[in-house]
Write a protein that binds this ligand. Sequence first.
Ligand code: ACO
Length: 154
Amino acid sequence: MTAGYTIRRICKDDYEGIIDTLKVLTVVGDLSRSQFEEIVDHWDSVHVNGTTTRQYNPHVIVEEATGQIAATGNIIIERKLIHQGGLCGHIEDIAVSKNHQGKRLGRFLIDNLTQLGFDAGCYKVILDCDEKNVPFYEKCGYYRAGVEMQIRPN
Ligand code: ACO
């Protein structure tokens, strides 16, 4: 881990910092504090098996000196029928704030979320990304597999 930073699970106090950090990824839109808190409650309450493994594992990397959120990302653990009721991890919404990029925080975040998935018993961890981010994910040990497709409502 880059000196001066720590990683932890998201909590309700992270509202402003998370919204700000996610701006490098996409438009967050009009998400109120109470909506954010309701989503964090939901994330905290859902488990994939018993009470040990949480389905949603949203994390933040915090700069110790300022308390500022420098990066965020999530791994969602899906319980499947295939692979004998196996678990598949989905890495989502990775963002490192502009002024914290290039300090290996992204790499640390991906390594942590991936390990969390493997520790939970996932037989694989997958993610979708833009072509421009492929070299970054390759440095994190990921390789190309399949093609992402999507459809949106009219
Ligand atoms: N092209 C080539 N190499 C890259 C790139 C890139 N775009 N980005 C990082 N790297 C390399 C670095 O040079 C470094 O290499 P090194 O170990 O040989 O020195 C290695 O990857 C690790 O880089 P980090 O410093 O950990 O990268 P950073 O903390 O800046 O995070 C990230 C990278 C997450 C892509 C960041 O730039 C970002 O938040 N971008 C905007 C939002 C975004 O695109 N998020 C990913 C969406 S995909 C998803 O959510 C599943």
